[in-house]
Design a protein. Structure first.
Length: 134
């Protein structure tokens, strides 16, 4: 956030925002489902965690699906929830937008740019144990 002071513009830190993600994952059946679930969780937190995310980078549902589908052992993934933690739960957004620095005319101040990352407590993974017909 930036504010105008007597000595000029002062830069303030970015606003860290998080999102919730709930996925239903189906594995290929060749490995341990708990190990697969742990691998998916760790990979998601590593890639979409706040520490790895660039400033003002939006998160697309399609990017999450493509990322998870690229993990060995995953054959299908369904997004059940993708929403910011500051929004109503239970929705599946196509894209979560991180806002750039902007002027708030009501509060009469500059709002900081956002850094949008996954909330580890908001990551829910379920495994689909149904068997495909051969």
């Amino acid at each position: 956030r930036a504010e105008m002071g007597a000595n000029g513009v002062h830069l303030l830190p970015a606003s860290v925002q998080t999102f919730r993600l709930e996925l239903l994952i189906r594995g290929d059946g060749t490995g341990d489902t708990d190990a697969l679930q742990d691998r998916v969780r760790n990979d998601l937190l590593h890639t979409f965690g706040v520490a790895q995310r660039p400033l003002v980078a939006s998160v697309a549902r399609s990017a999450i699906v493509a990322f998870v589908m690229g993990i060995d052992g995953v054959v299908d993934v369904t997004v059940r929830e993708l929403t910011r933690t500051d929004a109503a739960a239970g929705t599946v957004a196509a894209v979560l937008h991180a806002h750039s620095t902007r002027w708030d005319p009501v509060l009469q101040r500059i709002e900081p740019a956002e850094l949008l990352g996954i909330a580890s407590a908001g990551l829910v993974l379920s495994m689909d144990d149904t068997e495909e017909d051969a």
